[in-house]
Design a protein around this ligand. Sequence first.
Ligand SMILES: [Zn+2]
Length: 304
Amino acid sequence: MRAFLLFLTLLIVFQIPGCKRAQTSINTTTLKIAVSILPQKYFVEKIGGSLVDVIALVPPGVSPHSFEPKPSQMVELSQCRLYFTIGIDFESAWYDRLTSASKQLIVVPTDTGIEKIISTHEHHDHGDTHGDRSESGEHERFDPHIWLSPELVKQQAATICNALIEADSLHKETYQSNYENFLKEIGTLQDEIRRIREACPDDHGFMIFHPAWAYFAREFRLTEYPVEIDGKEPSPKELVNLVLFAKEKNITTIFIQPQFSPQTALQIAKEIGASTIEVNDLAENWAENLLQVAKVTNSCSHDK
Ligand SMILES: [Zn+2]
């Protein structure tokens, strides 16, 4: 509540000059746009080019699953023209406040029309130490990591392109041609990843702390084995089972992520004599990152 009051105060102080600036120089300024995570910044910049100025709310190294916007970020958001959401929990918690605080801001959900993978995790245990954890678990029964499948990014790109055209119809042709170029780039990326994948058997699997790569795995015929259970560290008993499972699957590499503690993955790796490699599902250079991950998933564990 205190944070919200501070947010309102900051709004009053900062928003008025922001609005005036936007009105007086509407044809010369770029469209100010907010996104939740860095890969989305990459998508919007591909389509918007120099016509857009994009801010990502979740800073590098922070997990979007535990992120909460700061009041200063809410002020920045309220001055944006568009906010492209992607279906992560923190977004919906701020919807009402956002839309009532800023008349000019249009919220565009980029997960519209995307059929999500239902998380295989069971419901969170009751009595979790985090107060609203079970509620957030409910929301994320659908796997939110849709930005890691190039095929699904094509759909997100279409939504982004349409929203940009609607907000700035003067530059329709530029958005449209940038969008078409982006689709071609995605197609080339998919071909490259498939070529890398051809070297490996179909049921090739990899072990990872936080299971972010299910959509990627589905698109490129990989299997993801998570260390995290139900969004949490495994219990000592679950850890024993994971070690047995990893041995059975001949896992030689375990992926760790910069947003999470590597301790458990390191422990499993030590038990089974595997190495660890860092992969980041939130890297800003999306295409290069996916290519890199395709290479490391192929060079690590072999089921046979
Ligand atoms: Zn995640």
